[in-house]
Design a binder for this molecule. Sequence first.
Ligand code: AMP
Ligand code: ZN
Length: 113
Amino acid sequence: MSDCIFCKIISGEIPSKKAYEDEKVLVFHDINPAAPVHVLVIPKKHIKSMADIKEEDLSLIGHIHWVIHNLADELGLQEGYRIVNNCGKAGGQEVPHLHFHVLGGRTLSWPAG
Ligand code: AMP
Ligand code: ZN
């Protein structure tokens, strides 16, 4: 998607502070962090939102969560963390490229929003 900001981050056209990368996903620090640790985990495949995934994407969604599991220690999230996916307008999604927020580094309140 040529006009997608996260696709531009994947291609390097827009710079980001990378935390992890493999052939399927990119993890980078949120430009406007809501917690001491706030990274975004995105698939390199352009998928608009969780409402748009197909059955063929299930292993990719699982991989994203496995990456988060494996990265938590390195990010200093031993005390815990929160994974957030905003889906669609009412869900508060602003960037239409599937992404999972990983938040931590402080005690997070609940419920959100
Ligand atoms: P959402 O509201 O779930 O779509 O979240 C989009 C997130 O992307 C927000 O937390 C923004 O701060 C973040 N964001 C937008 N542009 C950039 C960027 N260029 N680099 C890093 N994070 C970004
Ligand atoms: Zn995209």
